[in-house]
Design a protein around this ligand. Structure first.
Ligand code: NAP
Length: 310
């Protein structure tokens, strides 16, 4: 085996698993398809990660988690896992760049932002259609923006966009937000934010760049066009578990099922963070699960090697 443990995904769950496994003297590799940090690294400000009185920047927190884990010897490679092979004596994670064998695998592959699936979205992606306010917000100084969704991400990122935009309109398909109460209250107080309720996007308008959105009110059936230069879409996430289909048990939406020790239905394969079926998707819960997954994976590896102590 090349490694004791291979971790797939470098968000807060994967990096914490990496910290615990490497610090526990496990030879550990973490595969990350882009840059370490996951979705949290594209979050401008994180207000609810304990220990930071005023909150902390997402990229900064994730960079610190990466540096802390590598200090203990965690190896990080840029590669995307595309398959998992079950071997006689372990597993092989197959990536686009290589094949990595290990006694145990921790899946911390996170989730990807969902698309709306409306006309104009694909054509105008990067030309005013965005899924990342931290990445693209600064391009829209003084402009009018639209945010779609009513969850934590839509409302928090909508607030962040008011740093640049003249006005941000949050369009939600119901008449009540899904976002946490504390987040809602801040948004309702923000003078640059307006809400349009009970409405969905029918089409994103524009030829070379976004010029507006056509909205439909679900209660009245009325449609209207709302001019804007940018549209930020936050309508939920899709778990990055496709490469494990048929190998571990998942729910109908592709979230991986585990027990309390983050053990999946396949012994030796653990999962943590947003890719897991659970009730609370936060950096702090991903970290807790990452620590648990690494602890359980280490026990599994040591028992397998016959070096476990009770
Ligand atoms: P989410 O909680 O699943 O919310 C998705 C929102 O999009 C919902 O309001 C949903 O409406 C709406 N929606 C879904 N499909 C739609 C469609 N086709 N058209 C229009 N609207 C649609 O997703 P999220 O906000 O990305 O958050 C994902 C997870 O990360 C959550 O667990 C969240 O708590 C967590 N998160 C936490 C923080 C934080 O604590 N600071 C920040 C970001 C994310 P309905 O409400 O009608 O279903």
């Amino acid at each position: 085996m090349d490694y004791d443990i291979v971790i797939v995904g470098g968000g807060p769950g994967g990096l914490t698993a990496g910290l615990y496994a490497a610090r526990g003297d496990m030879k550990t590799l973490l595969l990350e398809k882009l840059l370490p940090g996951g979705q949290a690294a594209t979050t401008f400000w994180i207000d609810n990660y304990p220990g930071f009185v005023e909150g902390v920047s997402g990229p900064q927190l994730m960079m610190s988690m990466k540096d802390q884990a590598t200090r203990f010897g965690l190896e990080i490679k840029t590669d995307e896992a595309v398959d998992l092979e079950v071997l006689d004596d372990g597993f092989a994670v197959v990536g686009g760049e290589g094949r990595y064998t290990a006694h145990a695998v921790i899946i911390a592959a996170g989730a990807t932002v969902a698309q709306l699936g409306v006309p104009g979205e694909e054509k105008l992606r990067g030309k005013g259609v965005s899924y990342c306010a931290t990445c693209d917000g600064a391009f829209f100084r003084g402009e009018e923006l639209v945010v779609i969704g009513g969850g934590d991400a839509a409302v928090e990122e909508g607030m962040f966009l008011t740093k640049f935009a003249k006005k941000v309109t949050i369009v939600h398909r119901r008449d009540r937000l899904r976002a946490a109460k504390a987040i809602q209250e801040k948004a309702f107080e923000n003078e640059k934010i307006e809400f349009i309720w009970d409405s969905v996007v029918e089409e994103i308008l524009g030829d070379q760049a976004v010029e507006g959105v056509r909205l439909k009110n679900l209660k009245t059936g009325e449609t209207r066009e709302l001019p804007c230069k940018g549209i930020f879409i936050y309508v939920g996430n899709i778990p990055n578990s496709q490469f494990l289909k048929g190998k571990v048990d998942m729910d109908g939406r592709g979230y991986i099922l585990t027990n309390d020790e983050m053990q999946t239905s396949l012994k030796g394969i653990f999962a943590c963070g947003d890719v897991r079926k659970k009730v609370l998707r936060q950096v702090v819960t991903a970290c807790g699960e990452g620590a648990t997954a690494a602890f359980a994976a280490q026990q599994f590896v040591e028992e397998k090697k016959g070096i476990a102590y009770k």
